[in-house]
Design a protein around this ligand. Structure first.
Ligand SMILES: [Zn+2]
Length: 325
């Protein structure tokens, strides 16, 4: 992939996000995944159950997740990020459920290409997306901190710009469902990583990461991709003395060998090893400086500007990182 910010990258990104070329390109990924995994997908489908809540990550394309979120008391169901409707409709048909809504985190096709197909299959279906992102085929646009409720499923849309300007993360209130709060973080926050910063300055992404890192520590995080192995390999390289990162990496390896999901993670765990949430940590600064010609230990105090500079440096290194696996 060309370097973010380069002219070639800007042209490619424009074509991907604003034209049918992006839709076509995503369709090729979906077809590739079907050839590779058949109907099974990249990960075995396995619901996580709570008192009155069931969350099922559905594998989409090569490494995306959509989520089926079910209030099991009233049988109300919401789907997050339909990158391809086929697997979702198959699952909902098997459960004999009609979804109440689709929530979309951002405009990229791998999170939204199935919106049109869902509306066709379920006439009158509400499809939500954040303002400012022009998500394809939405029926309702949400503002920052706007709430939407379906049965007992109470979501708050949190504007988390960075990956895209209008990216939204959805926080599900767990209290009435006998579950922890759940954050559907799209391409904002991943297990061990964060999304590429395509559309805003690093400072904006930093502030969006700060917003989610201040959520309750037991908040479950359900990201938009299965990126745990790559992310943790990078986390171990950039923070080599972090035993939490190493342990999580070993755990993720075992999960992925059996094609099991690494979702969910928690905000509390991410704060321990996710380098993108640790831009104020001396250990990160020291190790970045050791691996650089610049003395990054000068970037103190850890105020917002310095942390944004560190975030940028981390993101650039991650984009160019050579994975061994
Ligand atoms: Zn994206």
């Amino acid at each position: 992939m060309p370097k973010a910010g380069s002219c070639l990258f800007k042209i490619g990104y424009f074509l991907y996000t604003r034209t049918r070329f992006g839709r076509y390109y995503h369709g090729k990924d979906v077809a590739k995944a079907r050839e590779k995994y058949n109907e099974d997908g990249h990960t075995i489908i396995e619901p996580t159950m709570f008192d009155k809540l069931e969350i099922t990550p559905i594998p989409v394309a090569l490494d995306n997740y959509a989520y089926i979120v079910m209030d099991t008391e009233s049988n109300t169901c919401v789907v997050i990020d339909v990158g391809d409707e086929e697997a979702i409709i198959r699952f909902l048909d098997r459960m004999n459920v009609t979804p109440a809504a689709v929530l979309t985190t951002h405009k990229h096709w791998d999170h939204s290409a199935g919106n049109a197909g869902m509306r066709q299959r379920y006439p009158g279906l509400r499809v939500y997306g954040g303002f400012g992102d022009c998500v394809p085929d939405v029926t309702h646009t949400l503002q920052d901190i706007e709430q939407v409720k379906f049965g007992m499923l109470n979501f708050t849309a949190i504007h988390t710009p960075g990956h895209t300007v209008g990216h939204v993360s959805y926080l599900l209130d767990g209290v009435s469902l006998g579950a922890p709060d759940c954050l559907f973080s799209g391409d904002h926050l991943f297990l061990g990583g964060c999304g590429r910063i395509f559309e805003t300055p690093a400072l904006k992404m930093l502030k969006s990461l700060d917003v989610v890192s201040r959520l309750k520590k037991d908040t479950l995080v359900w990201p938009g991709h299965e990126y745990a192995l790559n992310n943790l390999e990078f986390a171990c390289a950039v923070d080599p003395d972090n035993t939490e990162a190493q342990e999580k990496y070993e755990w993720a390896k075992q999960k992925r060998e059996r094609r099991l999901t690494t979702c969910p993670t928690t905000i509390g765990d991410e704060l321990k090893y996710n380098p993108f949430l640790r831009t104020d940590q001396e250990s990160i600064l020291k190790s970045l400086s050791l691996q650089s010609s610049d003395d990054l230990t000068m970037l103190v105090p850890p105020d917002d500007d310095n942390r944004a500079r560190i975030l940028e440096e981390l993101r650039e290194r991650k984009d160019n990182f050579k994975y061994i696996q």
